[in-house]
Design a protein around this ligand. Structure first.
Ligand SMILES: Cc1cc2nc3c(=O)[nH]c(=O)nc-3n(C[C@H](O)[C@H](O)[C@H](O)COP(=O)(O)OP(=O)(O)OC[C@H]3O[C@@H](n4cnc5c(N)ncnc54)[C@H](O)[C@@H]3O)c2cc1C
Length: 401
């Protein structure tokens, strides 16, 4: 295939797509456009090991510099794509250059959701999405004594754990009645709430921030939280403006079919910015994970090289907070039965979620073998494991795959 493929977005999905296109035999030109100045890098360490100085910046790039030249991938980093002209099949860059394409891939990721809280633009308020954000936050954390984190989702909790490990007084303010509510079941939320409290952080649930002041937060009910650094863990929204301007269908992300195709057959969308029909739940979903970006890109590369393959990978995700590793496989939303394997008091256990007898998801806490088994069962035969066997520590999960 000699088509010219332009990829917009130099993140996890964009780089994987460029790599996989070559592996699938694409011979034509590949141009990777990314608005960030750095070569594509891993984001997960930005709230964890990198923030704690346990991983050097030189370890962050997703591929070595030589990779792009060796694979004949033309890079345009530090440049934003401004407009897609679907009629002429060109992408206009902010430099004024126009890139012609035969096939276009949108790998645009997400941006931090900035809630309309008075004081949100004060200099001691920080969000975390990019390497530059993490570098700024790293410096600020060294100087901070007290940190308030707005939002008890994954990134908020990971930053809170890092800040606490660095010796800061930490307060987490969550609007909902439990942490990570969108992603995990109640027992997992409660486990992590206990963990953060046991480590000395203050966790306030069902608490709304009304104002960010020069020296902290004012919550509903006039509770004052002192803080010399405020971190936003308020979630993200998909970067789909470019697609919207081009007239592509968008609904909480760029709408794609199970082959990653947008409403224009010559344009695919992959990763955090794309909303796909999920084969497990039967619902349209937008996932924000490294796995989704990588597996989505691999499937798209096959589709773009004439080997149509629907995207049916099992979703998985991880989060590190203090000495606890949470690993999630599948999707637990809407399940009807949950059984626990292992011992929560020993801080090593998994919760297996079933729906109508089918295994749908497993959340593992410091139980990597359960997580790996769960991924294999979910990929092979989700009826192969019965709830009573999952709950029985003597049952070898390998028997189910
Ligand atoms: C702090 C942090 C911690 C995380 N931890 C985990 C974790 O533990 N586990 C996990 O699975 N996931 C984690 N994630 C999520 C994971 O990093 C994302 O799901 C993944 O990066 C998504 O890849 P992507 O390519 O879709 O988007 P991104 O990696 O965000 O890349 C999108 C790129 O497109 C660029 N772009 C957007 N618009 C344009 C334009 N118009 N022109 C040019 N370039 C453009 C953006 O600048 C960005 O560089 C974490 C994310 C963050 C921020």
């Amino acid at each position: 295939m000699s088509d010219q493929i332009v990829i917009i977005g130099g993140g996890q999905a964009g780089v994987q797509l460029a790599d996989s296109l070559r592996r699938e035999g694409h011979e034509g030109a590949i141009t990777l456009v990314g608005e960030e100045t750095q070569a594509p890098y891993q984001r997960p360490p930005l709230s964890k090991a990198f923030l704690l100085d346990q991983l050097e910046e030189s370890r962050l790039p997703l591929r070595p510099d030589a990779f792009y030249e060796q694979r004949r991938i033309t890079t345009r980093f530090g440049i934003r794509a401004d407009m897609i002209n679907r009629e002429n099949k060109t992408v206009a860059l902010e430099t004024g250059d126009k890139l012609p394409y035969d096939q276009l891939a949108l790998c645009l990721g997400t941006q931090v959701r900035i809630p309309p809280i008075p004081g949100i633009d004060k200099p001691h308020v920080m969000a975390l999405r990019t390497l530059d954000d993490s570098l700024r936050l790293k410096t600020a954390l060294r100087d901070a004594r007290s940190v308030a984190v707005i939002g008890g989702g994954f990134i908020g909790l990971e930053v809170a754990a890092s800040a606490r490990k660095l010796g800061c007084d930490v307060t987490i303010v969550e609007a909902l009645d439990r942490v990570m509510k969108r992603a995990v079941s109640e027992p997992v939320s409660r486990f992590f709430e206990d963990l953060h409290r046991a480590q000395g952080s203050t966790l306030l649930l069902e608490s709304m921030t009304e104002e960010i002041t020069d020296d902290g937060l004012r919550l509903a009910g006039n509770t004052i939280i002192p803080a010399d650094l405020v971190v936003l863990g308020t979630g993200v929204t998909p970067c789909h403006e470019l697609a919207l301007k081009a007239g592509l269908a968008c609904d909480n992300g760029i709408v794609v079919d199970s082959f990653g195709r947008t409403s224009d057959p010559d344009i695919v969308a992959i990763g955090d910015c794309a909303s796909h029909p999920n084969h497990l739940t039967g619902e349209r979903l937008r996932l924000e994970s490294v796995q989704n970006a990588i597996d989505g890109a691999k499937a798209a590369a096959r589709n773009l090289t004439g080997n149509p393959t629907p995207y049916t990978a099992v979703p998985w995700f991880w989060s590190d907070q203090f000495d606890i590793k949470l690993q999630m496989a599948g999707l637990s939303h809407g399940t009807d039965t949950a059984v626990t394997r292992g011992d929560p008091d020993a801080r090593s256990f998994s919760i297996f979620y079933f729906k109508l007898g089918r295994l749908m998801a497993v959340d593992s806490i410091n139980a990597p073998a359960d997580h790996m088994a769960a991924r294999r069962i979910l990929a092979n035969d989700d009826r192969a494991l019965k709830p009573q066997d999952a709950a029985d520590p003597a049952f070898d999960l390998k028997q189910a795959f």
